[in-house]
Design a protein around this ligand. Sequence first.
Ligand SMILES: Nc1ncnc2c1ncn2[C@@H]1O[C@H](COP(=O)(O)OP(=O)(O)OP(=O)(O)O)[C@@H](O)[C@H]1O
Ligand SMILES: [Mg+2]
Length: 328
Amino acid sequence: MRGTEKTKNIPIVFVSAAGRELNYAFTGYESGAVDFLQKPLDTHAVKSKVNVFVDLYQQRKALKEQLEAIEKSRQEQEALLKQLKVTQNELEHAVRMRDDFMSIVSHEVRTPLNGLILETQLRKLHLARDNADAFTLDKMRAMVDRDERQIKSLIRLIEDMLDVSRIRTGKLSIRPGEFDLVALVGRLLENFAPQVADAGSSLDFSSSGPVVGVWDEFRIEQVIANLLTNALRYGSKAPIQVRVYRVDGRACVEVRDHGIGISEVNQKRIFQQFERVSSNHVSAGLGLGLFICEQIVAAHNGSVEVESAEGEGALFRVNLPLSEACVS
Ligand SMILES: Nc1ncnc2c1ncn2[C@@H]1O[C@H](COP(=O)(O)OP(=O)(O)OP(=O)(O)O)[C@@H](O)[C@H]1O
Ligand SMILES: [Mg+2]
């Protein structure tokens, strides 16, 4: 019985009619008995002995079950703790992002506002001194241009933040209409001329014939403007190439720069909101541009791709469907 798995734990009580020498009892115990009874048997004694062993067995079984239950709940606690740690990390990350975001927003808002208030104070000073020379037509033109740039950059900041909340609440509306992508990009590049000059860069635009489709013109312009702003910001002043073409039933817009580039690891992060990966944070923005771009293009059933390596510039390609009624 001791040699078989199924029976090895059964308590064995030896019953013997042999002489009352202790030796027999010892031999019995050595071969695995837990108790030893002499004949003739007293039923009462046998019953209570057996009951003791049954009780013992039941207690052991209950203990084993309790231990198993404890072990199970320990494992559950461990899993819960792990989950809590993950949530805690996510929360900490979110809080850090929010704090970063608040400080960047304040900085980004302050820069144009500082420019505007300084200009205003300077003009007030000139006015107080009746200095009409400070307000010649040429000077006024330059002033208005500067003001417009500052105000536009404030509006863009606020619009970006509004777009993010529109995306979050699923309210980013797309109003499709037919237009030529080549014409749109051409116009946009002309509008970008002052920024290109400011950045000390240059633009090269190529296309082969019109690329007409049904998309939201305002939103697509926003996407390409974002990519151009990035190319100027992170493009290390090198010339930027823009190309519009059609291939395999889709329209493509490519913006290629030759600046700091993006490592493979970071390429996965840059499309998330608030993610900024370049080390020159001085010139970086809110980290919303690419997030908004991707969401707008996705709403057109298109995609944004990036090809890049650190230090070797970046190529951003927007793919838009040409034929089907593309907008969801
Ligand atoms: N052409 C590029 N070359 C190198 N890095 C880039 C390029 N475009 C984007 N990045 C990196 O990806 C990050 C995210 O870009 P994104 O346009 O979303 O934000 P941003 O330019 O920092 O701010 P915003 O666009 O909101 O003003 C940037 O901070 C930068 O680190
Ligand atoms: Mg950007």
